[in-house]
Write a protein that binds this ligand. Structure first.
Ligand SMILES: [Zn+2]
Length: 217
């Protein structure tokens, strides 16, 4: 078997010497009592968009599901196996999370593959089929006249967050606590280059910069 990557072993050594000593008691407590995170994050697999890093979260704070383009399927109680749905069910019904955050991001490869429809990923590949979850039957996703590719991509990346939030509400175990005020749904968008975070304003369906809001406080 190939040797385990050295930089990961080095990283683990740093973890045990620097981070673990300060968090050891927290890990022990979590081990004994179990986890009870208040927040579930549904994010993308992208290596630049780690929710724990962006939100500076410690062990036990975030229940995270990551998949290509941070997509949530519609509720489909059939014979299929549904990874996101299973995680969602566990987070809401067992852990009783209070918040679900759908975290989209800039330069999303999944979104790019979906709108480009070019090699190396075609609609026939796994990613193409996976991204079909994003569109409703009969819906057409097209670049608008005078819209740059950059603006088109950003618009679809943000639309993916909105669609996932919409799909979350098709799950009865999500919509019931949301309607009762016991569970809150949020959308966010991370700008990779600047490390900027935008939070969805549900009324206007626009993403507003958190930094601007903080500067105005
Ligand atoms: Zn992505």
């Amino acid at each position: 078997m190939a040797p385990f990557p050295q930089h990961l072993l080095d990283g683990y050594r740093t973890f045990t010497t620097q981070r673990l000593p300060t968090e050891q008691s927290r890990y022990r407590e979590l081990s004994e009592r179990g986890q009870s995170p208040a927040v579930m994050v549904i994010g993308c697999c992208d290596s630049r968009v780690s929710p724990e890093v962006i939100f500076d979260a410690g062990p036990g704070e975030l229940f995270v599901v990551r998949n290509v383009a941070n997509l949530v399927p519609v509720y489909q109680p059939d014979s299929g196996t549904h990874g996101v749905s299973a995680a969602l069910e566990y987070a809401v019904n067992v852990l009783k999370v209070k918040h679900i955050v759908v975290l989209g991001h800039a330069q999303c490869g999944g979104i790019r593959a979906f709108i480009d429809k070019i090699q190396p990923l075609s609609p026939g590949d796994f990613i193409g089929k996976w991204m079909q979850m994003f569109v409703k039957p009969g819906e057409v996703v097209e670049q608008r006249e005078h819209e740059t590719m950059q603006d088109f991509t950003t618009r679809i990346e943000k639309a993916a967050v909105l669609r996932s939030l919409e799909n979350l509400m098709t799950f009865p175990f999500v919509s019931a606590p949301v309607d009762a005020g016991a569970l809150l749904l949020h959308g966010a968008y991370f700008g990779v280059a600047e490390g900027s975070l935008f939070v969805l304003d549900k009324a206007s369906k626009e993403f507003r910069s958190v930094r601007d809001a903080q500067a105005g406080e």
